[in-house]
Write a protein that binds this ligand. Structure first.
Ligand code: NAD
Length: 253
């Protein structure tokens, strides 16, 4: 049994894509630290107490606005916004038609624009406002077969920096996390589709210097740190949670 933490008591948080994986782990951890938390997801499903679910697809501006307003009303404001909803895409530039580019950029990039735009009036009223975007190592790593996904996350990184600059004087901090390969239902689906899931898991784990996949709770811990008032002087940064993948150059064994 862990001791309940209380560092975020009295604060309110909205987590997009909070019904699964990194988002769910983040919503639970924020609540565990004492925050009141709303999950905004296209399919909130059955959320564990005390999380409150709001249904919205981040590609639908009106639905996002209604869900953010509903969440702010239910929670009594918004201090923390975690823009985490995202989808993957495989392939080179030759593999995806324009429609697929529009679909993925609509979720991964414009989704952040829509939720942030809707949440800004509430964030401006907070005395410790913070936005954390879930980016990816793909933003900077040059991964093969991930042209569209990498471009979308590159845009999330640039957007994070631009938003941090635009809102720093209003007291709103904006940061992002760059996870490596994280053990979530998303990766579970990828592994299930592989010819040899165990071999694929071993290959993904081996890409990371730590030799294992990142746990969703480890990404959540980084997000909660960036979101919390104790990171009050941290804005415009990308925190890697990637098992050393971006920073380390190990010699072959
Ligand atoms: P996941 O599939 O387990 O969860 C994603 C959640 O987002 C789901 O609850 C889903 O319903 C929701 N969602 C998807 N599209 C949505 C939309 N249009 N509107 C509203 N909700 C939507 O995935 P995850 O692995 O937890 O990934 C979460 C984030 O982390 C994504 O932004 C992803 O790009 C990023 N990320 C994941 C990994 C990884 O290896 N899993 C690595 C780096 C970055």
């Amino acid at each position: 049994m862990t001791t309940p933490l209380s560092g975020l008591t009295g604060l309110t948080a909205v987590v997009t894509g909070g019904a699964s994986g990194i988002g769910l782990a983040t919503a639970r951890l924020l609540a565990g630290h004492g925050a009141s938390v709303a999950v905004l997801d296209r399919d909130p499903g059955d959320l564990p107490a005390p999380l409150r679910g709001f249904t919205a697809d981040v590609t639908h501006d009106r639905a996002v606005r209604a869900a953010v307003e509903g969440a702010a009303e239910a929670l009594g404001g918004i201090d923390i916004l975690v823009n985490n909803a995202g989808v993957g895409a495989a392939g080179t530039v030759a593999d995806n038609p324009d429609e697929e580019w529009h679909r993925v950029l609509d979720v991964n990039v414009l989704g952040i624009v829509r939720t942030t735009r809707a949440a800004l009036p509430y964030l401006r009223r907070s005395s410790c406002a913070s936005v954390v975007n879930t980016c990816s190592i793909a933003a900077t790593a040059g991964l093969p077969q991930r042209a569209l996904y990498s471009a979308s996350k590159g845009a999330v990184l640039s957007l994070t920096l631009a938003m941090a600059a635009d809102h720093v004087r209003e007291g709103i901090r904006v940061n992002c996390v760059n996870p490596g390969t994280v053990d979530t239902p998303w990766i579970g689906r990828l592994l299930d589709a592989a010819d040899d899931p165990a071999a694929e898991r071993a290959a993904l784990s081996g890409r990371q210097p730590t030799g294992r996949l990142v746990a969703a709770q480890e990404v959540a811990a980084a997000i909660v740190h960036l979101a919390s008032p104790s990171a009050g002087s941290t804005t415009g940064t990308a925190l890697a949670v990637d098992g050393g993948m971006a920073g380390l150059r190990l010699r072959p064994e």
